[in-house]
Design a protein. Structure first.
Length: 216
């Protein structure tokens, strides 16, 4: 049966987080199609992975027989994360926008799993694996909007997930999530509600589409 790797990175719990809520809808739809499948779940906000250290970095370019004890321990932690990614038939990532970019905890996960000569390079070990990113944001950064130039979530993840890891990337973008909380954005609430509804519909549809594709 298929394996889904699910990464959450929002600091907000449960329904207080748009990225978690939409990702949860995707996961539930996935599990309905794969009741005997496997879900590998990491909440990097609740349990952060280590940021890359000099030992973890240099170990990736050093013969394992020459590793120091510190390098061996640091590299083992990286390998565990890499193996989870390599085991996955599909990946689901919750990536809220914080200060125009992704959470640092998600960046730390990416820094760990990107390893030249294995997951990155001419023939990435995870090449072609489908990944769905729920890229929520408090405002709108769509092309043509005043803040389009501040969109560093999709642009960055497209480059690193597709360009570096060779993954097959698809985005779901719930936007204007601050509208219900910010009086200055109250007139945007209908647009927020429409975006939220569309995001849930897309999540369920994409989960079903992926299960069908993998079963074919």
């Amino acid at each position: 049966m298929a394996t889904l790797l699910h990464i959450d990175s929002s600091v907000f719990p449960g329904e207080a987080s748009s990225s978690r809520s939409v990702a949860d809808a995707f996961r539930k739809a996935w599990e309905e199609q794969h009741p005997e499948g496997t879900v590998i779940y990491r909440d990097v906000a609740a349990e952060p992975v280590p940021h890359i250290t000099v030992d973890a970095h240099t170990a990736g370019f050093t013969d394992p027989s020459a590793h120091t004890p510190e390098q061996s321990a640091a590299f083992a932690a990286r390998v565990k994360l890499i193996e989870e990614l390599e085991q996955a038939d599909a990946v689901l990532i919750g990536a809220p926008m914080y200060n125009y970019s992704i959470p640092s905890t998600l960046k730390a996960w990416l820094d760990n799993v990107i390893l030249l000569g294995r997951t990155a390079g001419e023939t990435p070990s995870v090449q072609g694996t489908p990944v769905t990113v729920v890229a929520s944001r408090g405002g709108s950064y769509a092309p043509g909007t005043p803040r389009a130039g501040y969109e560093f979530v999709q642009n960055y993840l497209e480059a690193v997930l597709r360009g570096t890891l060779g993954l097959d990337v698809d985005f779901i973008v719930p936007e204007l999530t601050m509208a219900p909380r910010n009086p200055a954005m109250s007139e945007l609430i209908p647009l927020y509600e429409a975006s939220r509804e569309r995001a849930f519909e897309d999540a369920i549809a994409k989960a079903k589409e992926l299960t069908e594709r993998l079963a074919a």
